[in-house]
Design a protein around this ligand. Sequence first.
Ligand SMILES: Cc1cc2nc3c(=O)[nH]c(=O)nc-3n(C[C@H](O)[C@H](O)[C@H](O)COP(=O)(O)O)c2cc1C
Length: 393
Amino acid sequence: MPAREIKTNIFSVGAIDWDRRLFDELIPLPEGTSYNAYLIKGTDKTALLDSVDPAKESELISNLKELEVGKIDYVICHHAEQDHSGTIPKILELYPQAKVVTNQKCKEMLKDLLLIPDNRFIEVKDRETISLGDKTLDFILAPWVHWPETMLTYLKEDKILFPCDLFGSHLATSDLYVTDEPLVYRSAKRYYAEIMMPFRTSIKKHIEKIKDLPIEIIAPSHGPAYPKPSFIMDAYKDWISDDVKNEVLIPYVSMHGSTKKMVDYFTEALIKRNISVKPFNLTKTDIGELAMALVDAATIVIGSPTVLVGPHPAALYATYLTNALRPKAKFASLIGSYGWGGKMAEQITGMLTNLKVEVIEPVIIRGFPKETDFKALDRLADSILQKHRQLNG
Ligand SMILES: Cc1cc2nc3c(=O)[nH]c(=O)nc-3n(C[C@H](O)[C@H](O)[C@H](O)COP(=O)(O)O)c2cc1C
């Protein structure tokens, strides 16, 4: 992407990755992504805020050339993960006078991950500032969004917050600023669900810390910038709140149709009770969609057959992921089928240790569901209805 001016002497110099479809060899990227880096030219000094993924190194360098950047004094590193830090060694090589400005934790990580020597760093503490002449960088330490070393920069005179991954979205778009709010909302929610949700408590504290700053633009490191900060701040406030929706999420797998029949019946039973329901066939679903649904659902019901004594591996993976993402769900249960015996229910419920959920009595049946099994599913749906009513009552 070409360099573009955000405000006088502040440029977006990063790269768009239109074709990338997988991040961290884990997260699907249906809409690609971008690695945003920003150049700030002050009257005395010039700072580069973050770099780009090493695969896009040439784009960052050509943008700096296009802007005729003869010197960089400071490379601000908000986060040591390589999609933002990976091109810093190249920048240090091209600009020998440049120093990496970051906090102590991030410095140690950059030394380990990118082998940057100790003498290339300037260490900053929370709310320390650096002057570029007419522009001041105010560093706000914000650990655990989503690594322990993360920090944000507030550019005082221009009222721009550079939060790196926080508030970001995996979205390849030529829009420098958000234009299509519903599209960005979905991408930002997916990003929150996959990357930020486990750190809900830390994010609450950081949002509290920045809430009184006059912010006119939020410029994250992935996706377009927010010219209306309240759009993303309000969305985050909703996602990190303890409020849940009258919604049941059913990640399931079925080999020969028994569990599937239970899921179909149960889905209808919930709809009849005016409960929103999202069944996810784990062999077909994109795990990002599942993560997004986990942001709001009050209840998670996992569906699995018994395989070699335990749950089906696809259900095991979904349960592991759900537990790791720490959604705010209040209730969990399990439905599924077995042939002769096993420990499927104990294994699944035993994995949900990070969640503060009440486990509602599972419905585990032998073989294909029969009339009595459908009645048991109706009772489970009744029980969920009652629990959801109590939440709202
Ligand atoms: C590879 C394989 C392994 C299985 N292992 C077990 C087992 O250890 N214990 C058990 O009770 N049933 C076992 N079963 C039987 C299934 O759990 C049973 O057929 C169930 O009804 C399948 O549900 P589904 O139609 O939703 O796939 C196994 C089935 C398969 C295909």
